[in-house]
Design a protein around this ligand. Structure first.
Ligand code: ISL
Length: 615
């Protein structure tokens, strides 16, 4: 591909992964449709023509960084594929377990709940890290990749869990945290002992501060700290999470060996932590300040889509994943749809799926902010991905994980419509095209926790954030409100299995669980809900009506995205109501959903009674 310059045109920019995603994000931030990019006049504009009118918002450094990013990735997009390949992980319902707070905080506790997970309709479990770790970031700081953390149990407990999961006909994926290790990992310890050790080059270590750069850490402050041997090391996250240098082939080899070790044990795949950050621009150049201000973190443009990302992922795929036919889902903050599609196009053999996070905050908002989430934005995001991701790629469907407050509480901070919103989210998640990832507690209807003060929080990100902002002289009560809005601790409190465990008044809502059970069951039995076509019937304000269809059946899902009652979608008599079991024709209530089913053949729906479904 020809290198882009300031003389290149908007259309050339939009034809590239990075250009496409960045323009789409800028449009989103500005609240305008990406359709304007299709306008021939706009398409023909040269980049340099944009520089002047945008100089107040974007420094010239923005364009330099953009061109560099784009020119690093010169692979051509593959032509659209005709059919969707069928595989187990597209048909599966995943469930994420955060071991610290799932059940008694132990692996044995997880084993106790396998019947529950099976009855919920779970096909695969993603287990957040259980490896040996000093737990500075709750296990995302690994000290020994081949050992289980004592607090969670032993390797025997783990083997029993793996066997139990398989005996229940489910699969297990682990968390692969290899952008960084703990500073207590043997590699880092060796590097500290001896500058000539081969492990020294496994990290980004420089002799003094003058050799560091201006990148910021996601957990506050600079991304560089001084370590025991006097050198400075790069850590995009906490000080105790030192970044690995993936440009070193021996490191890549060691990672691949470790992955194979777990796969040999019988693990079915991995979720790859911040995997798009592994390749950094060579020489670690300073981040552009205007981009830093725009995004809130400095330096991102030099590693969120680094020059060797595709190469390293493909290598790992070939050396470990492919040989075990294992599944991979990469956590990729910042990746838009075009970047995602080049990472997951099945013909490229890099990752099977990714988690993109563009839907977790509405444009212009950040996680550490108290605001109300607009479901119209989620609808537009989902429509875009459903329609344009392409049949060589497959999306993940999720609203929550261990790094975010519960989405339901962002939509309705009052909690008044929690049940309705949880059911609405569940229905969309389980009836759209993509693989659903339920986060522990979603199925219980859990919302955010009314923490009383900073002393009740445990997460390093929140504690550092609080300290930094209060330290700068900001008003404590205001900083607290911001931290309360965004803290990851909301999703990290123990599940309320019973009254004594129900901290902060959280309770299981059995109605929500019932909806999850019903729809995982329907999804298993009706492959149309997995592979069927997707068509939008209405995307009027506060409305989302869509159809899933294949040659045998058709589904219409009618969603009210607001508190205001509305007329239900008119559905022909050929359809029967599947959800809920109310009279046809009455108004669609606050955040209400109706789901309709049509069997195009003569057979009647196998089992309409929702209660009998998974029993
Ligand atoms: O990139 C971010 C902000 O733009 C972060 O939100 C980032 O996506 C997230 O913190 C990455 O999460 C993963 O890696 C972290 C760990 O703390 C998280 O728990 C994990 O999910 C470092 O390993």
């Amino acid at each position: 591909m020809k290198k882009l310059t300031m003389d290149s045109r908007i259309r050339d920019l939009y034809a590239t992964d990075t250009g496409h995603d960045i323009l789409a994000k800028l449009c989103m931030q500005a609240g305008i449709s990406t359709k304007w990019i299709d306008n021939p006049v706009i398409r023909n504009l040269k980049l340099k023509a944009l520089q002047k009118p945008l100089h107040k918002v974007l420094d010239p450094g923005f364009f330099t960084a953009l061109l560099q990013l784009i020119n690093e990735h010169t692979e051509q997009r593959l032509p659209e594929k005709k059919d969707i390949t069928h595989t187990w992980w597209k048909e599966a319902v995943f469930y994420q377990i955060y071991p610290r707070t799932f059940n008694h905080g132990t692996i044995q506790g997880i084993s106790e709940k396998l019947d529950y997970l099976k009855s919920l309709g779970v096909d695969a479990v993603w287990l957040s890290p259980v490896y040996d770790s000093p737990m500075d970031d709750n296990g995302y700081d690994i000290r020994d990749y081949r050992k289980i953390a004592e607090q969670f149990g032993t390797m025997e407990d783990f083997d029993a869990l793996l066997n139990g999961i398989h005996a229940h006909g489910m699969k297990l994926i682990m968390d692969l945290v290899v952008n960084h290790t703990s500073d207590e990992h043997r590699f880092f310890q060796e590097a500290m002992k001896d500058k000539h050790s081969p492990y020294h080059d496994y990290y980004y270590l420089v002799p003094d501060k003058a050799h560091t750069n201006n990148w910021s850490s996601f957990f506050s402050g600079s991304a560089w700290s001084q370590y025991d041997n006097g050198e400075y090391g790069l850590h995009l996250f906490a000080r105790k999470q030192v970044d690995l240098n993936w440009d070193n082939p021996s490191l890549r080899h060691d990672v691949s060996d470790m992955v194979s070790w777990w796969l040999d044990k019988g693990v079915d795949g991995f979720r790859l932590d911040v995997i798009n950050y592994i390749s950094k621009d060579s020489g670690l150049p300073d981040g552009d300040e205007s981009i830093g201000k725009l995004i809130g973190y400095q330096g991102i443009e030099h590693y969120y889509y680094g020059p060797h990302l595709h190469e390293y992922l493909h290598e790992l795929h070939e050396s470990a994943f492919a040989r075990h036919n294992a599944f991979s889902v990469g956590e990729c903050p910042g990746a838009g749809m075009a970047m995602a599609s080049s990472l997951t196009d099945e013909r490229r053999k890099e990752l099977d799926m990714i988690f993109s996070f563009d839907h977790l905050e509405t444009p212009g908002h950040v996680r550490f902010e108290d605001y109300q989430y607009d479901l119209n934005f989620l609808r537009d995001y989902l429509i875009d991905w459903q329609m344009h991701y392409g049949s060589a790629c497959w999306m993940s469907l999720f609203y929550n994980n261990h790094d975010n407050p519960r989405m339901v509480s962002k939509i309705d901070p009052s909690g008044q419509y929690r049940r309705e919103i949880c059911c609405l989210l569940a229905l969309m998640q389980l009836s759209l095209k993509g693989t659903p990832f339920i986060y522990q507690g979603d199925e219980m209807g859990l919302g955010n926790v009314p923490f009383g003060g900073i002393d009740e929080l445990q997460d390093i990100e929140s504690l550092n954030y609080y300290r930094e902002h209060v330290g700068k002289g900001e008003k404590e009560s205001q900083v607290w409100q911001t931290v309360l809005a965004g803290t990851r601790d909301h999703a990290r409190v123990p599940l309320p299995w019973n009254e004594t465990e129900a901290q902060y008044g959280q309770k299981i809502d059995p109605m929500v669980t019932r909806v999850y059970r019903q729809w995982t069951g329907l999804r298993h039995r009706h492959k149309c809900l997995v592979y069927g076509t997707f068509e939008v019937l209405s995307k009027k304000k506060n409305r989302f009506v869509y159809r899933r269809e294949d040659e045998n059946e058709s589904w219409i899902i009618d969603c009210n995205l607001s508190v205001h009652e509305t007329e239900p979608w008119h559905v022909s008599d050929a359809y029967e109501l599947v959800y809920p079991e109310t009279v046809r024709g009455s108004a669609l209530g606050a955040y209400g959903v109706r789901a309709w089913y049509q069997n195009k053949g003569s057979a009647i729906m196998e089992n309409k009674d929702t209660e009998k479904e998974r029993k």
